[in-house]
Each structure stands twice: as structure tokens, then as C-alpha cells.
Design a protein. Structure first.
Lengths: 116, 109
């Protein structure tokens, strides 16, 4: 059983299209994240949800909209795709403890988005 | 605030040692270390919490100097399987884990 699974693994699309990436974790974790990894391998946090509540919302274009229907799922919808959105998007989850989230991140396999 | 990692890249022969450094301009609660192999997801290596501890994981260990806001990852007697990009991630007093730019490690036979 995959702990954190993302679909699709690959997305190739034209500029201006809208696309979604889905993520599910079966670890029972409270917190889920979206990270973007660009061509220079820089891992940048985009969003984080804790028990369906948005707790981290970085400076990301509002074309990106996360949604968490329940604590095991976190989806990412991207409107009006641009060339610069091409990247690998990683979903991750972790477990908070003792009032401070010190938990390790478990990453999904990544979704490689290519915008033409 | 993104932590600063050094060096950017290092090439080793099998059996050699390496140190990767991570420093932050902000007070830290914890430091994480991850390794990412090409085409794969980052994988957790270890976490160090405020308290200046040192941890070990096989021949990979790390230290955390809370006062200097620095952490170092030590790889001893490197193996081919150690090749990859190493990321430190830092948390101050919040939920956000911010990663450094990564250190590319290549171990040659």
C-alpha cells in the first residue's frame, strides 16, 4: 500500500488549460502539504492543510487553488496554466505532536507537469 | 526564510567522508534532513529538535547547534547508494518546513 499517492504522475498540457492533481494519504496524518520543485530542484512550499483547514498559504498565484475534502485528501487545481508552472508537484503529509508539528514529511511520488 | 546549504555539490570516491552544512538566519525549532535520488521523491533521513542533539542513522549522522542556528550532516565511508541531492529543512515556531537549495552528492567507484 502506497502511503502517499498522487495522480496523475505525468501531465502534459497546453498553456491556458486548467488541470487538477489529486493526493491521498493512508497514514492517518493530520497535516498535508503541496510543494513545487522547479527545474533547479528547489523545493518550495505552496500550501498546507491541517484537518481540512488551510494553515499555510504562501505567495502563490491565485490560479492555484487547493482543496481538502477530508484530512486524508488534498487536491490542487490550477487554472489558466502558464509555461512557468512546469515543475514537479509533490504532495506530502506529516503528523503533528505535542502542539508543535515536528513530524517527518512523507512525500508522494510527484506529479510532473509540463506546459507547452 | 530559506536556509543556506553548503557546499552546492560534492564528488567523493567510495569510502570517503563528507559534511553538508545548513544555516538559518532565524531561531530554529527543528532541522530535518532528506535525500532525493534522481526522478524520485525526497526521503526522510533524520530530524533534530531544539536542544543541540546529535543523531545517527547507519553511517550518516547529524548535529544541531541551536545557538548558531546551524546543522551539519556527516556522511562517513560513503557508498555508491549515498549519491543524490541532500536537503535540509528548517522549522522555526510554526508548521512551515522550508527547504534549502540542496547539495548534490555524487559518489564514484
Amino acid at each position: 500500500d502506497t502511503a502517499v499517492s498522487q495522480t496523475p504522475k505525468y501531465l502534459v498540457t497546453q498553456m491556458g488549460n486548467d488541470k487538477s492533481i489529486k493526493c491521498e494519504q493512508n497514514l492517518g496524518h493530520d497535516t498535508m502539504y503541496w510543494y513545487k520543485q522547479d527545474s533547479k530542484k528547489f523545493l518550495k512550499i505552496m500550501f498546507s492543510y491541517n484537518n481540512k483547514e488551510l494553515i499555510i498559504n504562501e505567495t502563490v498565484p491565485n490560479r492555484f487553488s487547493p482543496k481538502s475534502p477530508d484530512k486524508a485528501h488534498l487536491n490542487l487545481h490550477i487554472n489558466s496554466l502558464e509555461l512557468g508552472d512546469s515543475a514537479v508537484y509533490f504532495c506530502a503529509s506529516s503528523q503533528a505532536g505535542g502542539g508543535m508539528n515536528t513530524g517527518e514529511l512523507f512525500f508522494g511520488e510527484g506529479s510532473r507537469l509540463t506546459v507547452l | 526564510q530559506q536556509p543556506v546549504q553548503s557546499p552546492q555539490a560534492v564528488i567523493l570516491r567510495e569510502g570517503e567522508d563528507a559534511v553538508i552544512n545548513c544555516s538559518s538566519s532565524k531561531a530554529l525549532y527543528s532541522v530535518h534532513w532528506y535525500r532525493q535520488k534522481h526522478g524520485e521523491a525526497p526521503v526522510f533521513l533524520m530530524i533534530l529538535l531544539k536542544g543541540g542533539e546529535q543523531k545517527g542513522h547507519e553511517k550518516i549522522s547529524a548535529s544541531f547547534n541551536e545557538k548558531k542556528q546551524q546543522s551539519s550532516l556527516y556522511l562517513t565511508a560513503s557508498q555508491l547508494s549515498y549519491s543524490g541531492t541532500y536537503f535540509c529543512g528548517t522549522r522555526n515556531y510554526g508548521n512551515k518546513l522550508v527547504f534549502g537549495a540542496g547539495t548534490i552528492l555524487r559518489v564514484k567507484s
